[in-house]
Design a protein around this ligand. Sequence first.
Ligand code: ZN
Length: 509
Amino acid sequence: MEDTRLADLRRRLAEVADLEKAASLLSWDQQTMMPRAGAAARAEQLATLRRVAHERLASAELGLLLDALVDREQSLPPDSDEASLIRVARADHEKARRVPAELRAEMTRAGSLARNVWLEARARADFGLLLPHLELNVELCRRYADCFEHQGSPYDALLDIYEAGRTGAEVQAVFDRLKAELRPLIATVLEHSEAVEHDFLHGYFPPEGQRGAAMSLLELLGFDPASWRLDPTAHPFAMSGAPTDIRITTRFDSSHLTESLFMAMHEFGHGLYEHQVSPALWRSPLGRGASLGLHESQSRLWENLVGRSRGLWRMLLPRLRAAFPQQLAHVELEDFYRAVNRVELSPIRARADEATYNLHVILRFELERELFDGSLAVRDLPEAWNASMENYLGVTVPDASQGVLQDVHWAAGLFGYFPTYALGNVMSAQIWERALEQIPTLGDRLTPEDIAALRDWLGERLHRHGRKLTPRETLERAVGSDLDPGPYLAYLRSKFGEIYGLQLEPAAA
Ligand code: ZN
């Protein structure tokens, strides 16, 4: 009897998971392959799939089934796959039930259409073109937030989509600590910016050569063509159709040598998380990463902790030299390592180094909170953006395409998403600290065996659990503590102190 109900639950949840994955594939196609004129039809297709998935998840039948499984859940260890499935499905169902399917479809449709307007608005640096779409997105997000009893700001309900269980106030406290330490650190390092050469990273690097280099790098990290694809796109992202079908993307800018490589490593980190979720959890709500922040901890770990290390480039630089002999024949490992870690002010988040990156994110997070607490109007965003950029980084934004229009997120309706980038940075250093204890050879003499050991360790400590535990529990299980900016700030002080020959002290608490 019990088992029939559980089988019924699994079947229903597998259908929802299939619909969501089909929608993801359509979205992947939109961003990599689809001709631009396909946008209107694609918005409808995506809205339909997401609406049907939403209706099934919110259905009264599913609610009754979950009620009937309460005893079964309580008879099982909370950590078991079955108890976790019932518990997480119930939470997802309760959340979905509050949101009308039509609102869910409207949010998808509006975001999908605005994404295309954003391309044009960014190309023309014309914020006014995107403004009505952004206003609609904010309005829809507000209506979404109102489906929940949020205490205080509607923003918390949005943040909860991406980082369940954390509040805006909690995130602000972490970010305040980052700001207090990073602003003086950046100012000190920038006084010595001439100490690092980087000219050889700029020039002409044909995209075919870059693609070859990216593949060589990815295969070293564990990209297996049987389960993975790499495609070019304007705004890199990772998507999975299944743990055995990982799609990652990057951007090949012929004037820059390493941008495509770091973007590929970033997306590899996302892909690996999805790839290593336990097969027992596939086709269920548990079969993906626990939160966007944890996802970002994985992409940033591969992009920065591994990707910007001496150990990686000791292995990789000879291959890169062979691909671009003219530009790199005389570049030594130490110079290359310093160049890819150079701190440099830029108005663009995606180009930011590890030290300045978080301020780009904090700025967006603070503007989002103001938008949703009502103290900032959408039409005033460009001005507020530019003022904040000036205040935090001393950067004058040349035009909207390099300012408020540079990222797709808000056009796509994703408010509450940005802070997960900086939370990911913080968690990446906490996880790396533990990984170094277990695999001490992850240093300057990195080998392919160490990379494999790291992959396995991450799979065991973090990836395999998928969404069984809350984001907070998942982090605690991996590192033994909750969110803590300490290891991340220590890592930045030590790394940039060494590169720039400075004694960087922690800020007074
Ligand atoms: Zn990412």
